[in-house]
Ligand binder design. Structure first.
Ligand SMILES: O=C(O)CCC(=O)C(=O)O
Length: 304
């Protein structure tokens, strides 16, 4: 298994799962038809342009320092029902289930647009906040003390002691082609098994998979990755459906951030995915076994 060649684009689910297990990432071939890609691209581009023009876009904490070129468009499920099918897509859900288990939530659905003239997003993992396993008698890291970019740092070689499992999965939809020229995602194969965080760039061992619009690049929470430099003349549209283990707090506050008129139009599966459904009592408001948590205005207030 260790000798498995680096991932190439495929739609074979067993191969995708093996690529994730062995290399920490996989490339899903032609997962969207071109009509869907066009519809998503059109809505996303209009939204991104509107937010930039109105100065309503905000950087992400893992962006390169001082990069005011790239753009994030957050909470996409509020910005067009065309995006909902991506979160619910069977291939995305199957890979999320493979890594996280049958129960998982949508932690974020955002777009990252790399524009010409940008800075590369530094290599990072998506679960820098996960405490390291500790041996009996060894002091544990306190989860609430961990900070982004703090380490532990090291080389992307297999650890020689226990490491934490993946807790999130990033399913990055290519809404335009992804290429080296337009700032496609950079990854370090095998880094998911190292148990450490990246420091120091550039690296010789990173890869930058290319793919056609309608494909997807998928990596698990421990894999070192970051976006590239866009030296082309066109924006690169990436759209991430970011899944998390159900007990983990989502990256975006989905329940607070979903507009009431959007909540009213959601089907039950989308509501579950966004975290409106309690999971073994977690995430409930006033009724742990309710199918969906009630918003505060509907819960019982002071009585008597
Ligand atoms: O946009 C990219 O290529 C990478 C995005 C990324 O690093 C992330 O979503 O954590």
């Amino acid at each position: 298994m260790d000798n498995r060649a680096l991932p190439t684009a495929t739609s074979d689910l067993a191969d995708l799962c093996l690529d994730l297990d062995v290399h920490g990432y996989c490339i899903v071939k032609d997962v969207l038809d071109q009509e869907t890609v066009s519809a998503v691209a059109e809505r996303l581009s209009a939204q991104a342009a509107g937010e930039r023009e109105a100065k309503l876009d905000h950087p992400f904490p893992a962006d390169a320092e001082g990069d005011d070129v790239n753009q994030w468009v957050y909470l996409l499920h509020n910005k067009g029902t065309v995006f909902h099918q991506l979160a619910l897509h069977p291939t995305a859900r199957a890979l999320a289930a493979h890594v996280l288990g049958a129960d998982h939530n949508l932690a974020a659905m955002d777009s990252h647009i790399t524009y010409p003239g940008n800075k590369p997003m530094p290599l990072h993992t998506d679960q820098w906040w996960m405490p390291q396993p500790a041996m009996p008698g060894e002091r544990h890291n306190r989860q609430g003390d961990l900070k982004r970019g703090q380490g532990p740092f090291g080389e992307p070689t297999p650890a020689t002691r226990a490491i934490s499992p993946p807790m999130v999965l990033n399913f990055m939809w290519m809404i335009t082609d992804f290429s080296v020229a337009n700032g496609g995602t950079r990854l370090v194969p095998g880094s998911h098994l190292s148990g450490v965080q990246p420091i120091g760039e550039p690296r010789q061992d990173e890869v930058q998979p290319e793919g056609a619009a309608g494909s997807a690049l998928v990596w698990e929470g421990r894999t070192w990755h970051g976006s590239g430099v866009n030296t082309s003349n066109e924006p690169r549209l990436g759209l991430t459906t970011f899944f998390c283990a159900p007990v983990v707090r989502a990256l975006t506050n989905m329940t607070y951030g979903t507009r009431p008129e959007v909540v009213a139009g959601l089907d039950d599966e989308m509501k579950r995915l966004l975290g409106f459904a309690p999971w073994n009592g977690y995430g409930a408001t006033d009724e742990p076994n309710a199918e969906f948590a009630r918003p505060a205005v509907e819960t019982v207030g002071q009585l008597g």
